[in-house]
Design a protein around this ligand. Structure first.
Ligand code: NAD
Length: 507
C-alpha cells in the first residue's frame, strides 16, 4: 500500500460545518478535492460559502488574491459518490450516526481503489465499530478535526482495533502537512479532548449542585487561573443539550462509571429549555451574559500581634513578599516557617491556608485551631494583582475571623471569592481532576503525556496541559486533593488514577 497522501485527490463526504472546513484546508494545501453531500446542492453552496470566506481573508490582507482562484479551482462539488472514485483519501463528515457511517463506508469500499485511506471525522463514535463489516477495516482511521477547522490546529488521529499503524501514520503526516498539530489517540469514549475535559464541567456542576457558589463566582475563579472561558459560560455557549448529550454518551460508553455521571443541574436546564445562548437563557441571560461580580469593599485586616508565612516554594515566597508589604506599616515583617507541612499565613491564632484538598473545618479540627480559612490555588505564578481567588472559612470560626480572612486575602493582593466550605475549592479541585483523568487516559494507552498536553491546549485553549500542571503542582498535592474529594463524597468519581499513585511512589 502506497501511503504517501501528498497532493492525493481527496473526497470529503458531508458538506456541513465540518466537511466544508476540511475541504477548505485540503484545497489550500494543494489537494484536488471533491465535495459530496446527500442533500442536492449542498456541496455547491458550501463551495460558494468558501469563495466568500476566501474573499474575506483577502480583504483582511490575510490571503493573496491569486490564492482564491487557485484554491477554488481545486474544489469540485460531486453529484454522485461514483464521480469521486479516483480519491486516494476519503474524509467523512456526515451525520453522527453509526449506521449511516457504516453504510457510507461500505459503499465507498466498492468505489474507491484498494489503497485509498478512509478517514472519519466522528467526534464520539468508536472507530472500531465503524470499521466493523468493511472488507479492509485496517484502512479506516479517525481524523478528528475541531471547529472551526481552518483555525483549530489540533487533529486527533484515532486508531481503532483494526487500524493499521501505517494508515494512522499517513494521516498523522498529512495533518502535519496541512499545518495542523496531530496527536495519536486510541479509540476509546471521548478520545482525548472530550474525555479529559469532562471534569472541567463536572466539578463546577457538582459545586453548583451543592450551592457552593453562584455560576459567576465559579467562572471568575477558573478564568483567573488562566482558562479562557469559565465552565458555566462555556456550557451556555456549547448549549446544555449538546453538552448533556456528550456527557451522557461518555457515561454510557463507560458502562455507567460514576466518574462520568451527568449532573442533575444540567438535566434541569435541558428539561427547562434553558439551553444557553441559543435560547437566550442558560446559567446567564443573553445578550447580557455573566453579571459583573460586585467589587468587594476594601477591608483593612486588623493589626496582628504576630504573623508568619508557612511553606516552601514559589507560592510561599510570593505570599511572604506580599505579607511583608502588607505589614510594612503595622509592625515587624512576618516570620518565615518552612517544613511545617502547610502553606499560608498564620496570623495570631488563625490560619489562612492554601488548600490541600481538605475543607476548612477538617483542617481546623486536625490542627486544633478554630479560626481557619482555606484558599484556592492561584495557578498562575506570579499572580496578577487583584486575581480572583476562592476561599472558605471553617464552620466554627469566630465572627472576627470571618471578616478578617477575606481582608487578609485582599492584603495579599487577591480578590476574595467566598465559597461554601467544600473540598479543594474550585481551581485546585478542577485541575486535580483534569490531571487525574489525563493520567487514566495515559494508563489506558489512549494517548501519551505530550499528546494529552498538546490536545488540551490546542483543542480547548487550556492555559497549560494536564501534565504541565502535574509538574508544577507535584503528584503528592494532586493525589492529596483527589483523596480529600473522595473522603468527602465517597463513590467512584474521585478515585485516584493508579498511574498517579505510581508516579507518586516513583518520587
Ligand atoms: P452538519 O450537520 O453541519 O453537516 C453534516 C452534513 O452531512 C449535512 O450537510 C448533511 O446533509 C450531510 N449528510 C448527512 N448524511 C449524509 C450521507 N449519508 N451522505 C452524505 N452526506 C450526508 O454536521 P457537522 O457539524 O459538520 O458534523 C459532521 C461530523 O463531524 C459529525 O460526525 C460530527 O460528530 C463531527 N464533528 C463535528 C464537530 C462540530 O463542532 N460541529 C466537531 C468535530 C467533529
Amino acid at each position: 500500500m502506497n501511503l504517501s497522501l501528498q497532493n492525493a485527490p481527496v473526497l470529503v463526504v458531508g458538506a456541513g460545518i465540518m466537511g466544508a472546513g476540511i475541504a477548505q484546508v485540503a484545497a489550500q494545501a494543494g489537494h484536488p478535492v471533491w465535495l459530496f453531500d446527500l442533500r442536492p446542492g449542498a456541496a455547491a453552496e458550501a463551495r460558494q460559502r468558501l469563495a466568500a470566506t476566501l474573499d474575506g481573508l483577502v480583504s483582511k490582507g490575510r490571503l493573496a488574491a491569486d490564492a482564491v482562484q487557485a484554491t477554488l479551482s481545486r474544489v469540485t462539488p460531486a453529484e454522485t459518490l461514483a464521480q469521486a472514485a479516483g480519491a486516494a483519501l476519503v474524509v467523512e463528515a456526515i451525520v453522527e450516526q453509526l449506521e449511516a457511517k457504516r453504510t457510507l463506508f461500505r459503499e465507498l469500499e466498492g468505489l474507491v481503489g484498494e489503497s485509498a485511506v478512509l478517514a472519519t471525522n466522528t467526534s464520539s463514535i468508536s472507530i472500531t465499530a465503524i470499521a466493523n463489516g468493511l472488507r479492509h477495516p485496517g484502512r479506516l482511521v479517525g481524523m478528528h478535526f475541531f471547529n472551526p477547522v481552518p483555525l483549530m490546529r489540533l487533529v486527533e488521529v484515532v486508531s481503532g482495533l483494526a487500524t493499521e499503524p501505517a494508515v494512522a501514520e499517513a494521516i498523522f503526516a498529512l495533518a502535519r502537512a496541512w499545518g495542523k498539530v496531530p496527536v495519536h489517540a486510541r479509540s476509546t469514549p471521548g478520545f482525548i479532548v472530550n474525555r479529559i475535559a469532562r471534569p472541567y464541567y463536572a466539578e463546577t456542576l457538582a459545586l453548583l449542585h451543592e450551592q457552593a457558589a453562584a455560576p459567576a463566582a465559579l467562572d471568575s475563579g477558573l478564568k483567573a487561573a488562566g482558562f479562557r472561558m469559565g465552565p458555566c459560560e462555556l456550557m451556555d455557549l456549547i448549549g446544555h443539550d449538546t453538552n448533556f448529550a456528550v456527557t451522557q454518551s461518555v457515561f454510557e460508553a463507560n458502562f455507567f462509571d460514576r466518574r462520568f455521571g451527568p449532573s442533575l443541574v444540567q438535566r434541569e436546564m435541558v428539561d427547562g429549555g434553558l439551553l444557553g445562548r441559543k435560547t437566550g437563557r442558560g446559567f446567564y441571560r443573553y445578550p447580557q451574559g455573566a453579571p459583573a461580580l460586585a467589587t468587594p469593599p476594601r477591608l483593612a485586616p486588623p493589626r496582628p500581634r504576630a504573623a508568619a508565612v508557612h511553606g516552601e516554594g514559589p507560592l510561599a515566597d510570593s505570599l511572604h513578599a506580599a505579607a511583608t508589604a502588607a505589614l510594612a506599616d503595622t509592625g515587624p515583617p512576618p516570620a518565615r516557617k518552612r517544613g511545617s507541612g502547610w502553606t499560608g499565613l498564620e496570623i495570631d491564632d488563625a490560619r489562612l491556608a492554601l488548600t490541600d484538598g481538605r475543607p476548612a473545618h477538617e483542617v481546623a479540627a486536625a490542627a486544633g485551631v478554630a479560626d481557619v480559612a482555606v484558599f484556592d490555588h492561584p495557578l498562575v505564578q506570579p499572580a496578577a494583582p487583584g486575581t480572583a481567588l476562592a476561599y472558605a472559612v471553617s464552620a466554627g470560626a469566630s465572627p472576627a475571623w470571618r471578616a478578617a480572612a477575606p481582608a487578609w486575602l485582599q492584603a495579599l493582593g487577591f480578590t476574595p471569592l467566598s465559597l461554601q466550605d467544600t473540598p479543594g475549592l474550585v481551581v485546585a479541585r478542577t485541575v486535580a481532576m483534569l490531571v487525574n483523568e489525563a493520567a487514566d487516559a495515559v494508563l489506558q494507552g489512549v494517548c501519551t503525556e505530550d499528546g494529552a498536553d498538546a490536545a488540551m491546549k490546542l483543542g480547548l485553549n487550556y492555559p497549560a496541559g494536564p501534565f504541565e500542571w502535574l509538574a508544577a503542582l507535584g503528584a503528592a498535592r494532586v493525589v492529596a486533593i483527589v483523596q480529600a474529594l473522595d473522603a468527602t463524597y465517597r463513590g467512584e468519581r474521585y478515585r485516584v488514577s493508579p498511574w498517579l499513585r505510581r508516579r507518586l511512589a516513583a518520587g
